[in-house]
Design a protein around this ligand. Sequence first.
Ligand code: ZN
Length: 315
Amino acid sequence: MAVGDDIWAHWLERLYNLRREKRDGHERPHKPVLLLSILDLLDRSLIVANEIPLSEELVATFKRYFAVVREANDQPSIEIPFYFLGGDKFWQVMPAGGGGPLYREGFAAGAPGVGQLRKDRVAGHFDVGLWALLSDPLARHQVREALIARYFPERREQLAALVATTCQVPVAEALREEPPEAKRDAAFRRTILEVYDYRCAACGIRVLLEQAMSLVEAAHLIPFGMSRNDKPTNGVALCPNHHWAMDRHLIAPCPDRQRRAGVWRVNQKRLDDRIEGQRELVALEGRAVIPPSEENFYPDIGGLRWREEHLTVTY
Ligand SMILES: [Zn+2]
């Protein structure tokens, strides 16, 4: 993926201007260290989705980087940047159980502790544009270089050595050839997005910056791990919200006699239209699946049946 100059410039500026607390004459290193740690885990495929938990591995990596750049009384408390990065407006921390973003502007209380964040299964989510950028190995490499140059120029060599030792796959090698898995994913994604014209098959939202930066994602009807089926008829295009909800069997495209692309059904046992935030999902009930451009790409009946059967399963 070639990242457009304007997109790159936009994110570079945002990443160059992280809001950092100043104490004892120096700016705290926490936020750039958190970002470097996330890049590290992305390189090692320990983060594969835009839903980043406070894993043991993230904490350990954060500590390793922190040890190199810390000054005076800096403490390696990962919960601080994990929470306060929300203030930079490209990162939201959200509990798995719903309830919206945890970080609120001007909210005086400090960051919840690591234990609490884990208990609530809180995950960090990047802005979709930045996530698309970070998903590209070459762009990721450049972001790392930029962060180090901006925040830790005097620690450049030590950090470079650390990157080389912790990342099992050196960037240059990762770039040489895409693994077949990634190629397969990319092909499936490209086809699905094209036949659905970059539109969510549930809500119809269409946000397209450039082909590689569509908001809409490609979702399998029967998961690839089970079906090994990457045909377009085993997929639909969905926005991140509806993709998330379908993956958790809260909503499903189901067979319908009149509408060949199927209709949306909602898991009524688990969703409640009296609860704000669930109302939009419940409102999908009975709505037609927004079909792809050509009939031969319509969702396969077997895939719709699979989704229907799993809608009522309680996980
Ligand atoms: Zn949608």
